[in-house]
Design a protein around this ligand. Structure first.
Ligand code: 5AD
Ligand code: SF4
Length: 348
C-alpha cells in the first residue's frame, strides 16, 4: 500500500499511479483507503455533516443525455414546473426545519428566463438573508451566470459527468465537452463556489477514464464534488446497461477526498438508492454533506433521473429528524449552518 501512504501524505498521485492504485484495491484492502479518507476529512471538517435542502423545481429539459430519465425524448414522464411562489413556499418550510442551504435544481428548462430566475433569487435572498443559495440548472451563457451571482446566488453545481471527451460526447448528443469546461471556468471566474462531479460505472469507463476524472478534479479544485453510481433507467437508451456499484463508487469518493482534501463531498441519493446503508458508507469513506428533498411531495415521483429513487414520499418535517438520527448513528454530527467550503472561507 505504498500508493496509499503517498496520496495521504501529498494529496496527489499521477495518472499511472492512480491507475495502479485503483487496480490494486479489493474488498479487503479498500477499508484502509476509507480510513485514510475519513481521517483527512476529519482534519479539515471534523466530524461535521452539512445538510442541504434540495428543491427540484422543474423536470423539463432540452437535453437528451442518454442515461437520464428526464431526457427530452422520454415521453413517459409527466412534466411539471413550480412557480416562484411555490418555490418560495418550499424555502419557507425548509427554513423552518433548519436548512440554511437551498439547492434549486432543474433540467435545462429555458422557460425560466434570466429575468424570472433573477427575480426568484432576489426574493429568496431577501426573505432568507442567512441562507446560502445553490443553483443546479445546467449550461447558460456567461452573462446569465453573472446576473444570477449578482442577484445573490452563492454556489453552482454542474457535474462534468465524465472527463473523457470521447465518452462525454457519446453520452450527450448535441453537447460539447469544451462547453462544459468553459461553463465551469466561467462559474469560477464569476466567484461562485463551484461543484463538479461524475458518475461511476458508465459503459466504456475503465480505470483510464476514472483516472482522468480524478485528475480533472484535482486540476479544477472545485469547492464541491458530487459522485454517484450510474443507475440505468428503463425509459432511456441505456436501460439495459450494467450500472455502477457501491464498492467502486466508495473508492472514488475516498480518492477524491484524498486528492482534494478541503472539498465538500455529498453522500448522494444515488448511493442510498443502491444500498440502504449507501450514504452512511459514503460518509465513512470521506463524504461530508447530505442533501434532503424538500420539494412538494406531489412532484417528487416525477423527478426521476434514475428509477426507484429513495425518499419520494417522506414528509420533509419527519425526514429531517430521521436523517439526523442516522447521521449520529454513523458517528457524525449534523451541522445546520450554511456550510461553506473552507477554501472559500479562507479566500474571503
Ligand atoms: N444514474 C445516476 N445518476 C444520474 N444522473 C442523471 N441520470 C442519472 C442516472 N441514470 C446524475 C447526473 C446529473 C445529476 C443531477 O444526476 O450526474 O448531473
Ligand atoms: Fe437534462 Fe440533466 Fe437529465 Fe441531462 S442529466 S437530460 S441535462 S436533467
Amino acid at each position: 500500500m505504498e500508493y496509499l501512504q503517498k496520496i495521504y501524505d501529498n494529496n496527489n498521485l499521477n495518472k499511472e499511479e492512480l491507475i495502479g492504485f485503483m487496480k490494486s484495491l479489493n474488498s479487503e484492502n479498500s477499508n484502509k483507503l476509507f480510513e485514510a479518507a475519513n481521517k483527512t476529512r476529519k482534519k479539515y471538517y471534523g466530524n461535521k455533516v452539512y445538510m442541504r435542502g434540495l428543491i427540484e423545481f422543474s423536470n423539463i429539459c432540452r437535453n437528451n443525455c442518454l442515461y437520464c430519465g428526464l431526457r427530452a425524448s422520454n415521453t413517459k414522464v409527466k412534466r411539471y414546473r413550480l412557480t416562484t411562489n411555490e418555490i418560495l413556499e418550499c424555502c419557507e418550510e425548509g427554513y423552518r426545519l433548519g436548512y440554511r442551504t437551498f439547492v434549486l435544481q432543474s433540467g435545462e428548462d429555458m422557460w425560466y428566463t434570466k429575468e424570472i430566475l433573477v427575480d426568484l433569487i432576489k426574493k429568496v435572498k431577501e426573505k432568507f438573508p442567512d441562507v446560502a443559495l445553490t443553483l443546479s440548472i445546467g449550461e447558460r451563457p456567461y452573462n446569465e451566470y453573472e446576473s444570477f451571482f449578482k442577484s445573490g446566488a452563492d454556489r453552482f453545481l454542474l457535474r462534468h459527468e465524465t472527463a473523457s471527451k470521447k465518452l462525454y460526447e457519446k453520452l450527450h448528443p448535441d453537447m460539447l465537452f469544451e462547453d462544459r469546461v468553459d461553463c465551469l471556468n466561467n462559474l469560477k471566474e464569476i466567484g461562485y463556489q463551484v461543484g463538479a462531479g461524475f458518475m461511476v460505472g458508465l459503459p466504456d469507463q475503465g480505470y483510464e477514464e476514472l483516472a482522468e476524472d480524478l485528475i480533472f478534479l484535482k486540476n479544477l479544485e472545485p469547492d464541491m464534488i458530487g459522485i454517484g453510481p450510474f443507475i440505468p433507467h428503463s425509459a432511456t437508451p441505456m436501460g439495459n446497461e450494467q450500472g455502477g456499484t457501491i464498492d467502486k463508487t466508495l473508492i472514488m469518493i475516498a480518492l477524491v477526498r484524498l486528492l482534494v482534501p478541503d472539498v465538500l463531498l455529498p453522500a448522494t441519493t444515488a448511493m442510498g438508492t443502491l444500498n440502504p446503508q449507501g450514504r452512511e458508507l459514503a460518509l465513512k469513506a470521506g463524504a461530508n454533506v447530505v442533501m434532503s428533498n424538500i420539494s412538494p411531495i406531489s412532484v417528487r415521483d416525477k423527478y426521476q433521473l434514475y428509477e426507484n429513487k429513495i425518499c419520494i414520499d417522506d414528509e420533509a418535517s419527519k425526514y429531517s429528524g430521521y436523517i439526523e438520527k442516522r447521521i449520529n448513528a454513523a458517528g457524525f454530527i449534523l451541522d445546520t449552518t450554511r456550510g461553506d467550503s473552507i477554501k472559500y472561507l479562507c479566500l474571503k
